[in-house]
Design a protein around this ligand. Structure first.
Ligand code: ADP
Ligand code: ZN
Length: 720
């Protein structure tokens, strides 16, 4: 009898064996439906010898039900899934699920029904219908998605269908995407760009594993360079995957792509509508999707004929996923290129130290773009020592920065103030009794958001209105905001430069593509004088008349004391500084700090990136940190504090005693309470040669914990 072994998408079920009807062969990688009790389950047919499972006697095997009408997942992708699960100590099923993308798309394209407004003008409306009419202008989606969008029940929308206000449209899920034209608008590349682009073009033609680090200063034209490689892949009819760190950056990118190739690329991210998701997934597996732009999750999709991977802003920490499978998309992308035999381009102006080391060791080929495109100069960077140049009382901008802002406003040039802190103030307290507003679910202060008049936790999303009186002592009108957030800086700018037109750019204000699009259009048409923003404004934007960048608090990122604080601070400030002087007028950057002597700040001020990497290399070498040694974190959590602690102690108590591994803790995790769960942490520092994952598995797998305890392993953690 013929049997197959399935990898199913639920770790608790493990691996399941089934019978295959006589005379039928089902290739590995096929996605199939199988019976499980009274229900059905989906799985991928896997090589049995690679998945251990309890042998089920022939007589007990149930037959497979159906093979899904999609191409089997390639062996290369199956090996990548195994590698990822192995490296990050994650369940294979959880990684495989990311490859599946859209289960709804498996059964074939066909059509789906969506709804849109008919445009009919009703005489009288219930308030709910009126709200829905307003919210759904220009939208087309399923009833469920429209209901979510409009914040009304599905019943209200069905009623509107009956009343002729909404109409059904049939959408063909296999309708082709308009083709991208490799030569739609070819730019004239500089000599430097040309020679870099040629290297990439040849690598695409060669179709072998070839990792590149495209190391170019901000404004050097990295995008135009790798677009040439994209064009070559299009000519050869191969697919391209471009990973971007944040979907907020995408708006700008899409426009540039369209300008170059005549159409927008296909987007893949977690908030796609289900019909868009199904359509994109089917086009990807069938080879009908050419260029896919996505966040991390696009990495595992079953591309039919991938020819190139690009990771833009490759140093960004958001490539590291912090829940579920804790993987680093930049690193897994390189592995995917390796398994698939493809070129991969990591583009950055401030590469991570790990990436730099691999380039220096010759593992990655480094391609440099050392100067800005079109003769623009890198900005002049000055440090403002806040101990000497103190802002006025209750203010946060030092006099020279205020002067510089005035000067730009007078000249009709634009300025940008960067502070990586959302909200009005990071801490709110009572002037009378000192009561501090803390999140009930997390070890974190609630952040006041003045525009929405709410206190919010940035970790779990808890929100409460700003109260009129202190909940502790009852004193009215007693709340004091401590420290600045971007909203407070916006207020300060409004006070000192009342005539300036300002824009606040944070994830609170720029939470949809329209808002971002409007902001970019206004900034480009010079309808904005001063931009105030969080890390959202640090990258991607190109405003030629922006000549001043003010870093409100350069020390903010250094306070955390975590391993990558220095690097992250350097990257952020270098990126935001890179927004200044991108056109003909020179740029100036003012960095406010209390620690001008810190090596990060000094390197920024001197424009000496090598000095920064040298200092950082030494610090990491001393700490046994990556790339010299490796870190892993074990986070033990439970809603019950005692239970979490005793589980963490049990782990600590059974730690292996190895010469190449050091186990620290357990100690309360930096966020000791997160979303209502108490968290303890063990840190493992290992030599590079240590068999870290193997040791972790043989250490943790035999341990048993109460049901409410969760044990998460984080390999190469970014923040701990
Ligand atoms: P980076 O990503 O390296 O910071 P960009 O790719 O954003 O740089 O390029 C900076 C600016 O220069 C952009 O506005 C881009 O359109 C422009 N640019 C770059 N290369 C060319 C070129 N060959 N021809 C015309 N404009 C270019
Ligand atoms: Zn919280």
């Amino acid at each position: 009898m013929q049997r197959v072994r399935l990898l199913v998408f639920n770790a608790a079920l493990g691996v399941l064996d089934y019978r295959v009807p006589q005379g039928v062969t089902i290739p590995f990688g096929s996605i199939v439906a199988a019976p499980l009790g009274p229900r059905q389950i989906l799985g991928i047919v896997w090589e049995a010898e690679r998945l251990s499972a309890q042998e089920v006697p022939d007589a007990k095997l149930r037959p497979l039900l159906e093979v899904m009408p999609v191409p089997p997942m390639s062996e290369r992708l199956r090996r990548l899934i195994e590698w990822t699960a192995d490296y990050y100590c994650a369940p294979l099923s959880a990684v495989a699920r990311m490859a599946l993308g859209s289960t709804a798309a498996l059964r074939g394209g066909g059509t789906s029904t969506e709804y849109r407004l008919t445009g009919a003008e009703p005489a009288r409306l219930t308030p709910q219908r009126a709200a829905a009419l307003d919210a759904l202008q220009g939208e087309q989606a399923s009833i469920r998605e429209l209901a979510e969008l409009a914040g009304v029940s599905e019943g209200v929308l069905r009623g509107m269908v009956g009343a002729g206000l909404l109409e059904a449209v049939t959408v063909d899920l296999d309708r082709p995407y308009p083709p991208a034209a490799p030569d739609f608008a070819q730019p004239v590349l500089s000599d430097l760009q040309r020679s870099a682009a040629d290297v990439f073009v040849h690598a695409v033609q060669d179709a072998r594993f070839a990792p590149f680090l495209l190391d170019g200063v901000t404004g050097s034209g990295k995008t135009e360079c790798y677009f040439e490689a994209v064009a070559e892949a299009l000519r050869l009819d191969r697919q391209v995957l471009i990973l971007l760190p944040e979907i907020a950056l995408t708006e700008n990118f899409l426009r540039r792509f369209e300008h170059r190739f005549g159409v927008t690329p296909i987007l893949w991210h977690s908030s796609l509508k289900s019909s868009e998701r199904r359509r994109a997934w089917r086009a990807i597996v069938q080879g009908n999707a050419q260029v896919i732009v996505g966040a991390r999750s696009a990495l595992f999709l079953p591309y039919a004929n991938l020819g190139l991977i690009v990771v833009d802003e490759a140093h960004e920490i958001s490539f590291k996923q912090d829940d579920g499978v804790r993987y680093n998309a930049r690193d897994v992308a390189v592995m995917r290129a390796k398994f698939e035999g493809l070129p991969i381009i990591l583009a950055s102006a401030t590469p991570a130290l790990e990436t730099m080391q691999l380039a220096e060791a010759g593992v990655y080929r480094k391609i440099d773009l050392p100067s800005r495109f079109g003769g623009a100069q890198l900005p002049d960077i000055q440090v403002l020592d806040l101990r000497e140049q103190a802002p006025e009382r209750g203010r946060w901008l030092a006099p020279p920065l205020v002067e510089a802002l005035r000067d730009r406003l007078a000249k009709g040039e634009q300025s940008l103030l960067f502070l990586n802190r959302r909200g009005y103030a990071p801490l709110t307290l009572c002037r009378n009794c000192g009561y501090r507003f803390q999140c009930p679910n997390c070890t974190a202060w609630l952040v006041e958001h003045r525009f929405s008049r709410r206190l919010a936790c940035h970790h779990c999303g808890h929100e409460a209105p700003v109260p009129d009186a202190c909940p502790e002592c009852g004193t009215g009108d007693c709340l004091v905001a401590c420290g600045p957030g971007v909203e407070r800086i916006a207020d300060e700018v409004a006070e000192i430069l009342p005539e300036a037109r300002t824009a606040l750019v944070t994830s609170d204000t720029m939470n949809n593509p329209q808002a971002i699009g409007e902001f970019v259009a206004m900034a480009e048409s010079k309808a904005i004088d001063v931009i105030i923003g969080t890390q959202l404004v640090t990258k991607g934007y190109h405003f030629p008349d922006l000549t001043l960048v003010g870093v409100v608090d350069a020390d903010l990122g250094l306070e955390g004391g975590d391993l990558r604080a220095g690097e992250r601070t350097y990257q952020q400030i270098a990126q935001v500084a890179g927004r200044a002087g991108r056109g003909e007028k020179p740029g100036e950057v003012l960095i406010q700090t209390r620690h001008p002597e810190a090596s990060v700040i000094a390197a920024l001020a001197n424009g000496d990136r090598d000095a920064f990497y040298a200092a950082e290399t030494e610090a990491r070498r001393d700490a046994g940190a990556p790339p010299f040694g490796r870190w892993a974190a074990i986070i033990v959590s439970s809603e019950d504090q005692a239970e979490a602690l005793s589980a963490a102690r049990a782990i600590g108590g059974t730690a292996p005693d190895l010469p190449d591994m050091l186990v620290l803790g357990p100690a309360p995790a930096p966020l000791a309470l997160l979303r209502g769960r108490h968290r303890f942490r063990l840190l493992i520092n290992a030599r590079r040669s240590a068999e870290l994952q193997k040791t972790l598995r043989s250490w943790l797998d035999p341990l048993d914990f109460p049901k409410g305890v969760r044990v998460n392993i984080d390999i190469d953690p970014y923040s701990f």
